[in-house]
Design a binder for this molecule. Structure first.
Ligand SMILES: *Cc1c(COP(=O)(O)O)cnc(C)c1O
Length: 374
């Protein structure tokens, strides 16, 4: 057996993540490795923290990037905040809400499930009924941007409702951060996690998270230690705390953090509001073109995510054949359907650096060609 270097082709990534990465972010990865406790690296990590505070629109002191993907951010929120016996209201309108439920039940806590249809936003009225029926519930958890269905939920209204019912809110912002309006402090979000490879357009493997002071208090006052050593945020707090005080917890993924720093810098330079507007603009362009091709969206217009376009596969088209054609003839990746939508939907991502004119144009041209072949 002989082995050679792996040289992947340059694809255009318009699926549910990872998303396209700019050459600046990509080249940040190849900068020299320095020690993760090197004062210069510690200084960069402090900047990552403040750039994340900007991205999340929060003053939360506990705002960091976990050295693990979005799924670990999800798990970190649940295992740190929730204890066995706690009652958690979980909204489910897609794959990721279902994963939240699995996290809750594995802890030995009780999940009160509020189901909304796939392809729709979380139904606010149903959540309110659940909050009223369960005055002893401690947490309300939901997915802001359901990547499996392309639906955007009203995080502001849900968090307000959580506060009115004395619940701590746990919000999945893996796909929403950087792509749509999100204001952690204004909306009163207590615990939130995201991912590096969606609208931040960085490499996969990092999970930005932020906890309010109230959430941090809950972690500090736990009755039992967090089951996961690696995700125990009481240990991570000292690792990410200010210059000089940092002590070894694990070896940070040094180069990935360079890339995240670079990606967050771009977001900061562009401005959050401009980034949100760009996603919306490109989504409108894409939607116009898809409509011309006779393709229908799954999600009603006012509940659609600009950065994740879930569309019905036309009856005449073969799911795998079309996606393979796009990959082989255009180096273009779009996403398959997930869960209930497997085989029925495609998911076209316009995340971060992928939300550009040239990507939309390529996608529409390639899709028209692929559909004419089947
Ligand atoms: C992608 C995604 C996750 C999981 O993130 P990974 O980085 O793949 O672990 C969680 N929630 C949502 C809404 C996502 O889109």
């Amino acid at each position: 057996m002989t082995y050679t270097s792996f040289t992947p082709p340059r694809r255009t990534l318009m699926g549910p993540g990872p998303s396209d990465i700019s050459s600046e972010v990509l080249s940040a990865l190849s900068r020299p490795v320095i020690g993760h406790l090197d004062p210069l690296f510690v200084g960069m990590m402090d900047e990552v923290k403040s750039l994340l505070q900007y991205a999340f629109q929060t003053k939360n002191e506990f705002t960091i990037a976990l050295s693990a993907p979005g799924s670990a951010g999800m798990e970190a929120c649940f295992v740190n905040l929730v204890e066995a016996g706690d009652k958690v209201i979980v909204c489910r309108n897609g794959v990721f809400g279902d994963r939240m439920i699995q996290n809750v039940t594995r802890i030995g806590a009780q999940a009160i499930i509020v189901d909304s249809p796939w392809g729709r936003a979380v139904e606010i009225d149903k959540v309110e009924q659940a909050l009223i029926a369960n005055p002893d519930a401690k947490f309300l958890a939901f997915v802001h941007a359901e990547t499996s269905t392309g639906a955007l939920s009203d995080a502001q209204a849900l968090c307000k409702m959580a506060q009115e019912h004395k619940c701590i809110s746990i919000v999945d912002a893996v796909t929403s951060l950087g792509g749509v309006e999100l204001k952690v402090d204004d909306w009163g979000i207590d615990a939130i996690y995201s991912g590096s490879q969606k609208c931040l357009s960085c490499v996969p493997g990092l999970s930005p998270i932020s906890f309010s002071d109230k959430a941090v208090e809950i972690i500090k006052n736990r009755k039992t230690p967090v089951q996961s050593w690696f995700l125990d945020q009481s240990l991570i707090m000292s690792y990410w705390s200010g210059a000089g005080k940092r002590s070894y917890h694990h070896t940070a993924p040094v180069n990935s953090l360079y890339a995240l720093h670079e990606a967050l810098l771009h977001l900061h330079n562009e401005g959050l509001e401009n980034a949100w507007a760009r996603h919306k603009l490109q989504h409108d362009q894409l939607a116009k073109g898809l409509t011309k091709l006779g393709i229908n969206f799954i999600v009603p217009e006012d509940e659609r995510l600009p950065q994740l376009n879930a569309i019905y596969i036309p009856d005449t088209a073969d799911d795998a054949k079309v996606r393979n054609y796009l990959l082989n003839h255009y180096n273009l990746e779009i996403g398959a359907g997930l869960g209930d939508f497997s085989g029925k939907a495609w998911r076209i991502g316009l995340m971060g650096y992928a939300a550009r004119n040239e990507n939309v144009a390529l996608c529409l041209t390639a899709l028209e060609d692929a559909l004419s072949q089947s």
